[in-house]
Design a protein around this ligand. Structure first.
Ligand code: NDP
Length: 449
């Protein structure tokens, strides 16, 4: 659909013509530009200095070969990516994703979203993202280690504690970060905060593992309270069963909700008594098994093959925490028909544009991932601070800072939405609040990029 401002529309059309194959990236850009119409109309400098034309093009895109040797002695090759999207307000910061479907479009969409998300945290971090089409699932620890070492052997040339600080994402957890950090240290002979999500014995921050899931619930809680609602006594559906989903379950339960369904890419489980996050942790983090083995622990639960049906499970609160475009129009209609209060995104871009339209026009609360999942990168920012100061804060200190940051992000989004004539629209507020700070920095720095 055409964007209702000639300048914004021409930037988008130019981009779509140049990268027609990058569907996810174009989807993410369109979603942001559409909401910036009142901002661009209120301040002619953004067009005069072509801020939008510049912000949609990464400052630097790095593509590289990652060769490694599997357990059979065969040489395998994967593709590595790091997109350094925008450094206007700080060093590039954003996770690495290891998944077989990773391509440049996915990394660019994630990197673009990261610019605004990092700005919303109020911490000085630019936007970047990277990864590989290597999937750790089904690989031995030795294979994952050799891959991570090879990946870092190239990535080391492009990152640094004041340049670019990667972290985890899908397929990259504590194990992968540990192997990459070990190789970085070996290659540079330095012990610095160049990756976040590190183990606690070598510079990691307490509460980083929990931060995205906890932060999501703190955000949803603040948003619901402003609308006379809360987690107390509510049924909750959480998609995924990885890092974000597991700790979203824990915090939603602590806040009084009952998580009745969770999934992986094969299927979903329903437990009317509430899914115990500790069992999910055991299955996914320790045993690295499929979610259907939950039935070995709780025989009264149900397992359904295929993950998309999870949105039919009746609930008040939906927390998509798996992957992009997992809620399409039909799933959104099911959520509305279930009488839900709201959808709060833990994953990046889990709702298609059509799904967002259905959810918002039915009057449900809706928060975009760039606001409600910003707790992970915010706590990564706190890890960077602790590394620089050679300090380590307690779990409670970090958790309290995280909660404060999420409440501030909610308030900033709500205020920006109000100021630009869309009161209560957190999607619009998040894009505008995230954009303004980055755009101001770009204007002040001249045509530097
Ligand atoms: P994990 O790898 O820990 O978990 C991902 C989960 O999502 C797994 O249960 C996985 O299932 C499932 N999944 C992945 N792809 C698909 C798919 N195509 N269809 C259905 N299910 C799928 O990743 P994270 O929890 O770290 O990340 C989840 C989401 O949150 C991503 O969108 C990520 O970008 C976002 N995010 C993560 C942050 C973090 O701190 N980790 C920070 C901010 C956002 P399976 O086991 O079958 O692969």
């Amino acid at each position: 659909m055409a964007i209702k401002n000639a300048y914004l529309n021409s930037v988008y059309e130019d981009l779509a013509g140049r990268y027609p194959e990058q569907a996810e990236f174009l989807e993410a850009v369109h979603e942001v530009l559409e909401t910036l119409v009142p901002v661009v109309e209120a301040d002619p400098r953004y067009e005069q200095q072509n801020i939008i034309g510049r912000i949609v093009e990464p400052e630097r895109t790095i593509l590289f070969r990652v060769p490694w040797v599997d357990d059979q002695g065969k040489v395998q090759v994967n593709r590595g990516y790091r997109v350094q999207f925008n450094s206007a307000i700080g060093p590039y910061k954003g996770g690495l994703r290891f998944r077989d479907n990773v391509n440049l479009s996915i990394i660019k969409f994630l990197g673009f979203e990261q610019i605004f998300k990092n700005s919303l945290t109020t911490l000085p971090m630019g936007g970047g993202k990277g990864g590989s089409d290597f999937d750790p699932k089904g690989k031995s620890d030795g294979e994952v280690m050799r891959f991570c070492q090879s990946f870092m052997t190239e990535l080391v040339k492009h990152i640094g504690p004041d340049t670019d600080v990667p972290a985890g994402d899908i397929g990259v957890g504590g194990r992968e970060i540990g192997y990459m950090y070990g190789q970085y240290k070996r290659l540079t002979n330095t012990h610095v905060g160049v990756l976040t999500g590190k183990g606690l014995t070598f510079g990691g921050s307490l509460a980083r593992t929990q931060a995205t899931g906890y932060g999501l619930c703190y955000f949803a809680d603040a948003y619901m309270k402003a609308n006379g609602q809360s987690f107390e006594g509510k049924r909750v559906v959480v998609s995924g069963s990885g890092n974000v989903a597991t700790y979203a379950n824990e915090k939603a339960t602590q806040l009084g909700g009952k998580v009745v369904a969770m999934s992986d890419s094969n299927g979903y489980i329903v437990d009317e008594n509430g899914i115990d996050f500790k069992i999910i942790k055991e299955i996914k983090e320790v045993k690295r098994e499929r979610i259907k083995t939950y039935l070995d622990y709780v025989p009264s639960a149900q397992y359904v093959e295929g993950c998309s049906g999870i949105w039919n499970v009746k609930a008040d609160i939906y927390l998509p925490c798996a992957t992009q475009n997992e809620i399409d129009e039909a799933s959104a209609k099911a959520i509305v028909a279930n009488g839900a209060i709201g959808v709060f995104e833990g994953a990046n871009m889990p709702c298609t544009p059509q799904a967002i339209e259905v959810i918002k026009s039915a009057g449900l609360l809706y928060s975009p991932g760039k606001a409600s999942n910003a707790g992970g990168v915010a706590t990564s920012g706190l890890e960077m601070s602790q590394n620089s100061e050679r300090l380590s804060w307690t779990f409670d200190e970090v958790d309290a800072k995280l909660r404060g940051i999420m409440e501030t992000i909610y308030a900033d989004c709500a205020a920006a939405a109000e100021k630009f004539g869309k009161p209560g629209d957190i999607q619009v507020g998040a894009n505008i609040a995230g954009f303004l700070k980055v755009a101001e920095a770009m204007l002040a720095q001249g045509v530097a990029y």
